[in-house]
Design a protein around this ligand. Structure first.
Ligand code: NDP
Length: 295
């Protein structure tokens, strides 16, 4: 059966992985990249290199963008707006929700449907069973192109607000980046006692992997339901106990002479809960101060 044609703008590691996945599934793929020689590999694999962004846009109804940020989209499509009418732009690049909503309005003003997407796996996992992508925006366009988009990763639609998929992406990266800083901070702390990173990292993974079981024996959705309901029963680990631990981590970091910014940020979350008289509540009570730091 004939597969729909797809255009991919942007050939970083992610764009290239998307092109290869689409080609493998039998989609004709047209590409364009600011640095043209970066297309050599995917052209050898069967992609067609367009001479201009306008030509690339004209080649397919679905235009996938994989760029450093949303400004790059304006830079690329600024002179190709006449070609946009009737097309669907699926921008899978990172930026703020506000920039994403602005770009969607800009696309609409040129007659194009707009989907914002956040790819939740690195390039090597694009097109595999573990790949998933959050989308939001024009639902009709999403439905029309779902088949081709599903090649990249399992599409998960989050509604009409273009900023929402972007925020979902940022929220995931919030966990990722914070966890990575936590891991290396802990590695430095252990290192101050002569424990090597080689020893420490596999060791601490026991705790890291067990986080879901440790924070919610009845499951993360149940924990979430309690947080949504504003319920923080402190039966297992109180804010007071966790706050004391946060104090100890800060003090240990200070005497080790390593960074204290990260432990001080964590300590501040517990301090706020304790100052609000919530020490007997579950540690999840810190979400109040995280949501409203000025309150
Ligand atoms: P790269 O930074 O390697 O690729 C960026 C692409 O954007 C290149 O094609 C580059 O062109 C182009 N570009 C940047 N600025 C401009 C501009 N002003 N005008 C024209 N083209 C421009 O990124 P990745 O492929 O790694 O990532 C792409 C997107 O996917 C990013 O938003 C990233 O956050 C997201 N992402 C990345 C993941 C990863 O593991 N890499 C995982 C999940 C999401 P040129 O080749 O000419 O420089």
């Amino acid at each position: 059966s004939a597969r729909s044609s797809v255009t991919v703008l942007g050939l970083g590691p992610m764009g290239q992985a998307m092109v290869r996945t689409l080609l493998k599934a039998g989609h004709p793929v047209t590409v364009w990249n600011r640095t043209a020689r970066r297309a050599d590999g995917v052209v050898a694999d069967g992609a067609r290199l367009a001479a201009t962004p306008a030509e690339a846009v004209a080649a397919s109804e679905l235009i996938v963008l994989s760029l450093t940020d949303y400004r790059a989209m304006s830079d690329i499509l600024g002179d190709a707006t006449a070609a946009l009418s009737g097309r669907t732009l699926a921008n899978l690049s990172s930026d703020t929700p506000d920039a994403t909503r602005e770009a969607a309005a800009w696309a609409r003003s040129h007659g194009a449907a707009f989907l914002a997407g956040g790819v939740m796996v690195p390039a090597a996992m694009v097109g595999t069973e573990r790949a998933y992508v959050y989308y939001s925006g024009d639902e009709e366009a999403f439905a029309a192109h779902r088949g081709a988009l599903a090649r990249i990763g399992e599409p998960r639609f989050l509604g009409a607000d273009h900023g929402r998929a972007q925020l979902m992406y940022q929220a995931h990266l919030d966990v990722f980046l914070t966890a990575l800083s936590g891991l290396l901070h802990a590695t430095a702390l252990a290192g101050s006692a002569g424990i090597t990173a080689e020893t420490f990292l596999p060791e601490v993974m026991q705790l890291f992997r067990a986080v879901p079981d440790m924070v919610a024996a009845d499951g993360m959705a149940a924990l979430g339901r309690r947080i949504d309901a504003g319920e923080h029963p402190g039966t297992e680990s109180s804010a007071t106990m966790m706050g004391a631990t946060a104090d100890h981590i800060r003090a240990a970091s200070e005497s080790a002479g390593i960074d204290t910014d990260l432990p001080r940020a964590v300590q501040a979350h517990y301090r706020r809960a304790l100052d609000a008289g919530r020490g007997a509540d579950n540690w999840t009570r810190i979400i109040d101060g995280i949501r409203s730091p000025g309150a």
